[in-house]
Write a protein that binds this ligand. Structure first.
Ligand code: 5RP
Length: 219
């Protein structure tokens, strides 16, 4: 188990209350968190998964995976990230689950982001920004993204859990994440993009390889 991810996940676990409704993200850091959650013995009222992969892992550990339409607002959402800046704006979607992740972040009272220290940056954009697109709009949206100054690359492989495609956009220097998130989302055919700026994380928990952890809110 990656020591930095484990350290961050263990700290996040302290925020999970018995019998609460928990939103659960996607990725290798979250997989560590789920394993630690199962080992902790904490009983949940239920959880909502941000991907089919996460739902499968939660069910393996006998957590009840519920529909967001049934649970209503969630108390807490915990997820990883690909990049995080000082304002706790994120780039997410490396694992392809950005749309459901953004829905759960928006539908939760509190969003805790857990990561190892490699994810912290001053300015977002070195990690290619994922954009989920309705399949028929892929080349149109890609041309619009080129006009915004980036280089979109079609992500080969199976469709997203929502049946869509992803393009990964490199070359953005994202000094105004809130504006860029809105600009890309306004292109017809875009489902959403991986900038989590309008709804940023509320708390960041960073784990280091030596097991040290620190938590912080937005600067
Ligand atoms: C998936 C995500 C993940 O949170 C992100 O890719 C980080 O993954 P990992 O914990 O494996 O580094 O956004 O869509």
């Amino acid at each position: 188990m990656h020591p930095g991810k484990k350290a961050a996940a263990l700290t996040a676990l302290k925020h999970v209350e018995e019998n609460s409704l928990l939103g659960v993200g996607t990725g290798s850091t979250i997989n560590v968190f789920i394993e630690l959650l199962a080992a902790s013995g904490i009983k949940l009222a239920g959880c909502v998964a941000s991907s089919k992969a996460t739902a499968t892992l939660l069910e393996k550990y006998h957590f009840e995976v519920m529909d967001l339409n049934v649970t209503g607002q969630l108390e807490l959402y915990i997820d990883g990230t690909d990049e995080v800046n000082p304002a706790l704006h994120l780039i997410k979607g490396g694992g392809g689950a950005l749309t459901r992740e953004k829905i759960l972040a928006g539908a939760s009272n509190k969003f805790i982001c857990i990561a190892d220290d490699s994810k912290e940056v001053d300015v977002l954009g070195e990690f290619p920004l994922p954009v989920e697109i309705i399949p028929m709009a892929r080349s149109f949206v890609s041309r619009e993204i080129v006009k915004l100054g980036a280089d979109p690359e079609y992500r080969e492989g199976p469709p997203t859990d929502n049946g869509n495609v992803i393009v990964d956009c490199s070359g953005f220097t994202i000094t105004d994440p809130i504006e860029l998130e809105a600009t890309i989302n306004a292109i017809p055919g875009v489902v959403t993009n991986g900038l989590f700026a309008r709804r940023a994380a509320d708390l960041l928990v960073i784990g280091h390889d030596d097991g040290e952890v620190y938590s912080r809110t937005a600067k």
